[in-house]
Design a protein around this ligand. Structure first.
Ligand SMILES: *Cc1c(COP(=O)(O)O)cnc(C)c1O
Length: 356
């Protein structure tokens, strides 16, 4: 059996939610569990996050999986419905829906079903989803006239640069306030980075995703630096060790050439398991309490590491690809991406285990 495994720490997830509540004590928490709980497994993370006020998902399928697992919380469909045929499913699953586009409004005006709870979304400057900010008052009136729209709505917007020191954050906040101050509605703006950095954006609901899994998007800061615990530990084992001579080429395409005699180790983990292939010589792994560097290209099932300074480490030794000993943010940086992409990218053949 392959030793590749992802260990999911449920108590870390619970503790991270408690830490979010401390940051935003007056706000409800919409726990974002899209993309299979950022790769951690949607049902298990929803269980660990049972203290959340609602869950946020990106697809009807994810919502159905949660309902099938017995989840009774409010579930918010973050992109809402795509077609009129979605509406009966939304009612059957009792979902809240983000409303972000005039096409969705048109579908609602032709629909005669029971009232759906909506989260109208305003585009305050990200230019992805949302109604134009100057449409808010009109939208509010339009929705008030529809019998298939619940009176209770949470109005929301999403930030483009919450993890950066950009003046655009203040621009988006001003736009959101200008659009919604007079509506007297519950509001939501903050993702993880804004929950951490901008208390003025907490409003009635915060919407953390990454922080719940101990992940940071803030450059140069790990989740642990910010007081959050990593929830995923990815590990495997050393399956071969060999000595090579100067001039030896390591792995595909000869991208690493030994300059002196080296001891190298082969780890049973590759891009077929979700290790980023773009990480190359210079990325690191944790092994036997120390950090070893990757050598050459990552293969589908294997990667090579430098054990020259670790003569005592042999076949069978446990290797942590990321986790509490080696922050996922560090691996992500070596691969030119963010931690979220790595946790989302762990593949089906990796064995998931839970720790309580
Ligand atoms: C994914 C998402 C979030 C969570 O973002 P994080 O950076 O993971 O906290 C919040 N709101 C919306 C609308 C999202 O799509």
């Amino acid at each position: 059996m392959r030793a590749a495994q992802a260990q999911i720490n449920l108590s870390a997830i619970r503790a991270n939610l408690a830490a979010v509540r401390e940051l935003a004590p007056r706000s409800k928490v919409l726990a974002i569990v899209k993309a299979d709980g950022y790769g951690h497994g949607i049902v298990r993370v929803a269980g660990a996050l049972s203290d959340a006020d609602a869950y946020g998902v990106a697809s009807l399928d994810d919502a159905a999986v949660l309902r099938d697992a017995g989840v009774r919380h409010r579930i918010v469909l973050l992109s809402g419905f795509d077609a009129p045929a979605d509406l009966p499913h939304i009612r059957a699953l009792d979902l809240d829906c983000v409303l972000h586009d005039p096409s969705q409004l048109a579908m609602l005006t032709h629909d005669r079903g029971s009232a759906i709870r909506l989260w109208p979304k305003i585009d305050t400057g990200m230019h992805r989803l949302g109604f134009a900010a100057d449409q808010a008052t009109m939208l509010r009136a339009t929705l008030a006239a529809l019998s298939n729209v619940a009176a209770e709505q949470v109005w929301m917007s999403h930030l483009a640069s919450a993890d950066m020191d950009s003046g655009h954050n203040a621009v988006q906040l001003r736009s959101f306030c200008a659009a919604t101050d007079a509506l007297n509605v519950p509001r939501s703006m903050a993702n993880s980075a804004a929950t951490l950095r901008f208390p003025a954006m907490h409003f009635d609901w915060v919407r953390p995703g990454g922080l719940l899994y101990g992940l940071s998007t803030i450059a140069g800061r790990t989740g642990a630096d910010l007081g959050f615990q990593p929830a995923m530990r990815v590990s495997s084992r050393l399956i071969a060790v060999k000595d090579v001579q100067p001039g030896a080429r390591i792995g595909y395409a000869e991208t690493f050439v030994a300059e002196h005699p080296m001891r190298i180790g082969i780890v049973g983990f590759g891009y077929g398991d979700g290790y980023p292939r773009r990480a190359d010589t210079g990325s690191t792994v944790w092994i036997a309490g120390r950090i070893a560097r990757l050598l050459g290209r990552v293969s589908m099932d294997l990667l090579c590491i430098d054990l020259s300074a670790m003569p005592d480490v042999g076949v069978g030794a446990e290797v942590e690809l990321w986790g509490s000993n080696l922050p996922v943010e560090q691996v992500a940086e070596a691969a030119g991406t963010i931690s979220y992409e790595l946790t989302c990218g762990i593949t089906r053949r990796v064995r998931f285990v839970e720790s309580a």
